[in-house]
Design a protein around this ligand. Structure first.
Ligand SMILES: [Ca+2]
Length: 491
């Protein structure tokens, strides 16, 4: 049965008439670690393939995962200044794009005054430990009332402009009766955009949309948000996908094109694309509706949209550009492809992207990416996982004039598995003999093999002298399934 995902009518028509094969590349997850407490975010530092940094909501610690385990000593601990109750705590972190040179990184948490604060720290002489004495408050999202809810909070650097973007919630109480999110003089319920300035904090980018207005804070990039716990940049385009947690009915994804400042996303005039509260007029000009919304529902129980990441990794080309998102309560994982006008593809990955033991994620809090663009699933209740293909191809270094030994795991035991290659790149090609869509352009056959009882397969492929310097893409396929794609340059 189709989930109750509602988008605009044109998009629904496109989704229902899509004949794209759903089982081209089966996915699963592998555990990274369970040795973390209420993790909220997982990320990697620029230029560092060896570590994953994980924020913990209630302990206020940033933990370091390296060499297969979480290090005992935290990278950072902000618990002395932090408060976390119903909401908030340590929510997110971001490394400075120049981290390799300046050692700066940023954390976003709710402090003892119940405000949202973004602070900068520097790494110490030990790369696995930050220096707490370098703490520097960059920006503060002040709350106007005593409520302890709707703190936001995502921080991330725009891939095109290098500015820091901060999402903030309306601060409560429920329904935003004071219209904080529409109040241009409050930082609540907004997306803020600032340019970081070394030692002195930040400046206002000259192209921020409300510069020079005395009725809107110049930091504001977008307004009208309820509780945007997560947002995600497309690293290739700079477009921003905002997942705004709904009130009692509608969870929503809004698309902000790269550079499009000044949008009003509607809260608390609308919840999703519907008038809020229902029945009240809600047609002021200029509100930006979501590209997708879904109802809370009870079967399965859905409650809070959790964004998200735009996939730009190389292993799963058929999902290139897909925005992945989830729901905290149901643990379902979906992806959509938006072409700037409408959602042109939508997929439910929930039967495949689960915990390795087959259970649904109990409190999925973030979908992020590692240094290669692989998707990371952060689950409050159990740990951090990586999304991988079931069939995992291992491609060796290719040397012209020698044989290359390929291997693979995850095939169906006994299945005939074809190793395919392309000299042209990735694409979308129907391969009728195996009833799959492969992710290569004009694929050719490099070899056949039969999987053993454990699903392992090997191929020995001669690489001609003449191939030196060429780029070759490889993917394995069996009936109904394909592996990840690997790209190699022949030496
Ligand atoms: Ca909205």
């Amino acid at each position: 049965m189709k989930p109750r995902i509602l988008v605009n009518a044109a998009a629904i028509a496109a989704l229902l008439t899509s004949d794209l094969p759903l089982h081209a590349q089966s996915l699963t997850t592998e555990e990274i670690t369970r040795a973390v407490t209420q993790p909220t975010w997982a990320t990697t530092a620029p230029g560092d393939p060896h570590r994953i940094f994980i924020t913990e909501r209630t302990t206020g610690q940033v933990r370091v995962y390296r060499n297969g385990r979480v290090l005992d000593a935290p990278f950072l601990d902000v618990s002395a200044n932090m408060r976390s109750r119903y909401d908030g705590g340590l929510m997110c972190m971001a490394f400075d794009p120049d981290f390799a040179d300046n050692g700066y990184f940023y954390v976003y948490y709710t402090d003892r005054r119940n405000d949202g604060v973004v602070e900068r720290f520097e790494v110490s002489g030990n790369p696995d430990v930050a220096d707490p004495a370098t703490r520097f408050e960059v920006i503060r999202v002040e709350r106007t009332g005593p409520e302890d809810m709707h703190a936001g909070g995502f921080i991330g650097f725009g891939p095109m402009d290098g500015c820091l973007y901060i999402t903030s919630g309306d601060g409560g109480p429920q329904g935003d009766p004071d219209q904080n999110a529409q109040n241009g003089l409050l930082a609540l319920g907004k997306i803020l955009r600032i340019a970081l300035e070394g030692d002195s904090g930040y400046s206002i980018p000259a192209d921020n949309p409300f510069v020079g207005r005395n009725d809107v804070l110049p930091e504001i990039w977008a307004l009208g948000l309820r509780n945007p716990w997560r947002a995600a940049f497309d690293s290739r385009t700079g477009d921003l996908y905002v997942a705004d947690v709904g009130h009692e009915s509608w969870e929503e994804v809004t698309f902000i094109p790269n550079g499009a400042g000044g949008l009003n996303l509607g809260w608390a005039i609308r919840e999703g694309s519907r008038c809020f509260p229902p029945g009240r007029p809600c047609d002021p000009p200029g509100l930006t509706d979501p590209i997708l919304e879904y109802f809370h529902g009870h079967d399965p129980p859905r409650c809070c949209i959790i964004g998200g990441a735009v996939y730009r990794g190389s292993a799963m080309p058929l999902l290139d550009g897909h925005y992945f998102y989830s729901d905290f309560c149901s643990g379902e994982v979906w992806s959509l492809l938006y072409d700037g006008q409408r959602v042109v593809e939508w997929r439910d990955h929930s039967t495949q992207v689960r915990r390795p033991d087959g259970q649904r994620f109990g409190g999925l809090s973030s979908i992020t990416q590692d240094h290669e663009g692989n998707l990371l699933i952060v689950d409050f209740t159990s740990g951090v996982y990586r999304v991988v293909t079931v069939m995992q191809l291992r491609s060796p270094t290719l040397i012209g004039g020698r044989r290359a030994e390929f291997s693979m795991t995850g095939a169906t035991p006994g299945a005939r598995v074809v190793l395919l290659y392309s000299l042209e790149g990735t694409g979308r090609t129907r391969y009728e003999q195996l009833d799959v869509t492969v992710a290569l352009t004009n694929p050719l056959v490099a070899g056949f093999a039969y999987a053993d009882a454990e699903g392992r397969t090997r191929w020995s492929v001669p690489i001609p002298h003449t191939a030196r310097g060429r780029t070759i893409w490889f993917q394995a396929a069996e009936v109904g399934n394909t592996s990840d794609v690997s790209r190699r340059v022949v030496e």
